[in-house]
Write a protein that binds this ligand. Structure first.
Ligand SMILES: [Fe+2]
Ligand SMILES: [Fe+2]
Length: 276
């Protein structure tokens, strides 16, 4: 399997730019799948500069309904006319984050696609729920329940049917699991339901399989340092071979992983490719 980061919060590649967002190209066993499309058309510019074609991508998997994983969709659909778009049935909605004092922010951090755009791509969208087999070695998994011991790092708000803002359960979050020889690679966008909840869900669905790699925005930056330490230590003790903490993980947590795992914690960024 080969993965290439097309959008991330950082880059060291002079051909690429960075943004607050995530997009990963996954090439595995004759399948070419894009996981998220970043916060703008930047993922496409980066792909062009890396000479990585997009037109033969067979599917896009959207991790959850936030703009920094979805705003590149128009650019994607302009360049690729065939790929299906796998997105959770509850993902397309407005969403509002909170500031450091817990006040609801005024800008929409949810999906910002216009109604006309959604209509124009409707026949390409596959609305997902729970578990969907994407192909012979890739599975989309939703229904991730946050764990009591590891509360969500940040609360987002969404309008309910009366238009009143209520806390978002993040039921629209889903992950992609790729099965390779010897075990699983887990891709997660922001991990709002919590990395530990995601790991326990993967184990529930694939009890016989070993998790070999985690490629994820882990959203650990809003936690205080002892909460962050607890998550990092627990993940490190799982025996995962390689961890790619990207996007919204936060540099403090990335350095904690690096300290414990050495080079098995890969500090990845836009423009970098890895082969397993
Ligand atoms: Fe994000
Ligand atoms: Fe997010």
């Amino acid at each position: 399997m080969k993965i290439t980061f097309l959008s991330d919060n950082k880059t060291e590649n002079s051909l690429c730019m960075a943004e607050w967002g995530l997009s990963v190209m996954i090439e595995s066993q004759n399948h070419k799948v894009l996981f998220d499309v970043g916060a703008s058309s930047l993922f496409l510019e980066n792909a062009k500069n890396l000479k990585l074609p997009i037109d033969d991508v067979e599917a896009v998997v959207i991790s959850h309904g936030h703009y920094d994983h979805t705003e590149g969709m128009e650019a994607f659909c302009d360049s690729n006319k065939d790929a299906k778009i796998f997105i959770h049935k509850n993902a397309i909605a407005k969403s509002y984050g909170t500031d450091e004092k817990g006040r609801i922010e005024s800008y929409n951090c949810g999906i910002r696609w216009s109604d006309d755009f959604v209509k124009s791509i409707y026949d390409r969208i596959v609305f997902t729920e729970n578990i969907v087999s994407l192909n012979d070695n890739m599975t989309i998994i939703g229904n991730i329940e946050p764990l009591k011991e590891y509360p969500m790092a940040e609360t987002f708000y969404r309008p309910n049917h009366e238009g009143r803002l209520v806390p978002d359960s993040m039921d629209h979050e889903q992950i992609l699991v790729v099965k390779e020889d010897g075990g699983l690679y887990v891709f997660s966008g922001c991990s709002h339901t919590g990395m530990m909840a995601i790991i326990s869900r993967v184990r529930e669905v694939f009890p016989q399989e070993r998790i070999l790699g985690i490629i994820a925005g882990m959203h650990l930056y809003p936690l205080n340092s002892s909460q962050r330490r607890a998550v990092v230590d627990t993940i490190c003790d799982l025996g995962v071979k390689r961890i790619f903490p990207v996007h919204c993980t936060g540099m403090d947590a990335i350095l904690m992983f690096r300290e414990k795992l050495g080079e098995n914690c890969v500090i990845a960024s836009a423009g970098e490719s890895y082969e397993f």
